[in-house]
Ligand binder design. Structure first.
Ligand code: COI
Length: 356
């Protein structure tokens, strides 16, 4: 697919890399591809970053027909720009598209068009350790209609944002509140897809957790309110004795790419990793008996984030004395080592963006 390029006439100053937050600054250009029923995906273009015009009746605004992805471009020490398993994100986006009746996209075309955008924005990939260029591909339904149905028109867009750490804690342990009142997803719903609605419904719990000084909430299953699902923006792992346990993907948990990579890395090091139903009771019991050694979350934005404290109803448990555990640290070092091109990449996960 040909991509038309309109360069900006007003390039922005690059941000101070020592002060990067998360998703607050956007680059000079964005990618847009349109979809029209009967015509397919068409009119790919890279244009100056700017507000878009939407009909107030655009269906995404009323019925939440929207999907998105999150990925990062990393700057290696030698200047190369690397992506981490980008094909996995585009594969997942098509799974999300399918769940929300959005037409499938050619995954190769998504990757190639992202590479074109990154070539234009290459100077926006930051250089400081721990920084990266966050990539946000998304699709919105644009047909102006108030009847509830799948839209006949869509916009696929990619915007880019230079970022630092997602949590203010950085790699330091976060405090997590076990949510026993609200639920995020149920099997048969959209929990496994990356759709805006999953995050919208999570806000109330997040606000209440923040009010109590917790970083994020840990969601329990929506039916029995017993089994652990995921943390706000991360999948979650618990090391009980020598076994690393993570909730199985039964339809209500997001199949994270960092989650998948974590499982593959741990197994390659000889750890037993079990994907199964894990009740909060089992975790709290293990903590009481001194068997809960480490807990951590994984995600593109959050990378690997140790959990230092869990509050479940009236009980608070401190994990590993509020210190990052050895397994969590090794995972963080290995994943970030591969992502930033600092260490060997035995799995072939790195994808170099050839900018010249
Ligand atoms: C990601 O980890 O990329 C996410 O999508 C989490 C988030 C910022 C919504």
């Amino acid at each position: 697919m040909e991509i038309k390029f309109t360069p900006t006439t007003t390039p922005k100053a690059k941000p101070d890399e020592t002060k990067l937050g998360f998703g607050e600054i956007f680059t000079d250009h964005m990618l847009i591809i349109e979809y029209t029923k009967g015509k397919g995906w068409h009119d790919a273009r890279i244009v100056p970053y700017a507000p878009i015009a939407l009909d107030p009746a655009a269906m995404c605004l009323h019925y939440g027909q929207e999907v998105f992805e999150g990925m990062k471009a990393y700057r290696a020490e030698d200047g190369r720009i690397l992506l981490f398993r980008p094909q996995e994100n585009f594969k997942r986006m098509n799974v999300s598209n399918d769940r929300l009746c959005i037409p499938q996209m050619d995954e190769q075309m998504m990757l190639e068009s992202l590479v074109e955008l990154l070539k234009v924005e290459k100077d926006w990939v930051p250089h400081l350790p721990g920084t990266s260029l966050y990539i946000r591909p998304f699709v919105i339904a644009t047909e102006p209609k108030l009847g509830v149905k799948a839209s006949d028109t869509y916009l696929y867009m990619v915007i880019l944002s230079p970022v630092g750490a997602y949590y203010k804690e950085g790699i330091n342990p976060v405090k997590i509140y076990v949510e026993t009142n609200y639920v995020r997803a149920v099997r048969g719903g959209t929990g496994f897809a990356k759709v805006a609605g999953n995050y919208g419904v999570s806000l109330k719990a997040q606000v209440e957790a923040h009010e109590q000084n917790f970083t994020q909430v840990l969601w329990l299953d929506g039916v029995e309110r017993k089994y652990i699902e995921e943390v706000g923006t991360m999948n979650v792992f618990f090391m009980i004795d020598d076994e690393v346990i993570t909730p199985a993907l039964l339809g209500s948990v997001l199949p994270g790419i960092t989650r998948k990579s974590t499982i593959e890395l741990l197994r390659s090091w000889g750890y037993t990793v079990t994907e199964r139903k894990l009740s909060i009771q089992e975790v709290m019991d293990a903590a009481r008996n001194g068997r809960l050694k480490e807990a951590f979350g994984t995600g593109t934005a959050a990378v690997v984030s140790p959990i230092g404290e869990l509050k479940c109803e009236d009980e608070i448990t401190i994990i590993n004395d509020y210190q990052i555990g050895p397994v969590t640290q090794k995972l963080y070092d290995s994943l970030t080592g591969i992502q930033w091109g600092k260490t060997e990449d035995p799995f072939g996960w790195s994808y170099e963006v050839k900018v010249d």
